[in-house]
Write a protein that binds this ligand. Structure first.
Ligand code: CA
Length: 230
C-alpha cells in the first residue's frame, strides 16, 4: 500500500511518515499543494492524506484535481476545527473521509485501515495462489492453516507478487511500488534478501523456491507449485 502525505508542517508530516512506515506502508511526503498534485499524478498511490491549508495550491484544489484524474484514489482530508465548512466542501469535492486536527496517530491509522478495507473488499478480496492466502485489508498471509510470520515489507512484496501472479516482476518494480521514494537508495540492494526470507518462511527449501521463482536476469514470479501455473 502506497500513501502520499501532502502537508506543509514538516515536523508533523515527517512524524506521520515515520509512523506509517513502521506499519508497513510505503510513504512519500509533499510539502506544498503543487508538489502534492505532481506526485499524486505521477505515482500510483492507494491513498492520499491531504492537509487543506497548503502553500502554492490550496488543498481543496488539489483534491478536486486528483479526484478528476484518479477516480479510484482514496483521499483523507486533514482539517483544523475552524475549517469545518471547507471540510464539507472537501467531501463534496470527492474526499473519502476527514480528520480534525489535532488527532491521535492511532485514530489516523484506524481511519486508513477502514478506508483501505472498505475499498479492498470491493476491489479485491483475499488473494489465492495455490494454498497461499493473502488478505490485503488485514495484511495477513496464510499457507494452508499456518499463519505466516512476515514483516511488513515481506508482506508487501508477497502481496504485490500475488496481485501479479504468473508475471515476471523485476526488483525495480518491487522497489517502485513498495519502497518510499526516500528509502530507495537505502534498500534497493535488499530485495533479494527479503525474497530469501519470504521463501524461508513459506516452508522447506525445495517447496519454498517453487512458490517464488527466480528468473535469472529478469526478476521474480509467484506461481502455484501444485500446477506450476499462476
Ligand atoms: Ca497546513
Amino acid at each position: 500500500m502506497r500513501i502520499l502525505i501532502i502537508e506543509d508542517e514538516v515536523d508533523f508530516a515527517n512524524a506521520l511518515s515515520r509512523g506509517l512506515k513502521n506499519q508497513g506502508y510505503a510513504v512519500d511526503v509533499a510539502k506544498d499543494g503543487e508538489e502534492g498534485w505532481e506526485l499524486g499524478t505521477v505515482n500510483p498511490y492507494d491513498l492520499v492524506i491531504l492537509d487543506l491549508s497548503l502553500p502554492l495550491m490550496d488543498g481543496l484544489e488539489v483534491c478536486r484535481l486528483l479526484r478528476r484524474q484518479r477516480p479510484d484514489l482514496l483521499i483523507l482530508i486533514l482539517t483544523a476545527r475552524d475549517q469545518i465548512s471547507d471540510r464539507v466542501i472537501g467531501l463534496d469535492m470527492g474526499a473519502d473521509d476527514y480528520l480534525v486536527k489535532p488527532f491521535h496517530f492511532e485514530e489516523l491509522t484506524a481511519r486508513i485501515r477502514a478506508l483501505l478495507r472498505r475499498d479492498l473488499r470491493v476491489r479485491e478480496p483475499i488473494l489465492h495462489v495455490g494454498d497461499l492466502q493473502i488478505d490485503p485489508a488485514e495484511r495477513i498471509a496464510w499457507k494452508g492453516k499456518r499463519r505466516l510470520d512476515l514483516t511488513a515489507k515481506e508482506f508487501s512484496i508477497l502481496e504485490y507478487l500475488a496481485r501479479h501472479k504468473g508475471e515476471i516482476i523485476t526488483s525495480e518494480q518491487l522497489i517502485e511500488h513498495i519502497w518510499g521514494e526516500d528509502e530507495i537508495d537505502l534498500f534497493s540492494g535488499s530485495v533479494r534478501v527479503h525474497i530469501y526470507s519470504i521463501r524461508r518462511k513459506l516452508g522447506n527449501k525445495s517447496d519454498s523456491t517453487r512458490y517464488i521463482e527466480t528468473i535469472i536476469g529478469q526478476g521474480y514470479r509467484l506461481i502455484d507449485p501444485e500446477t506450476n501455473l499462476a
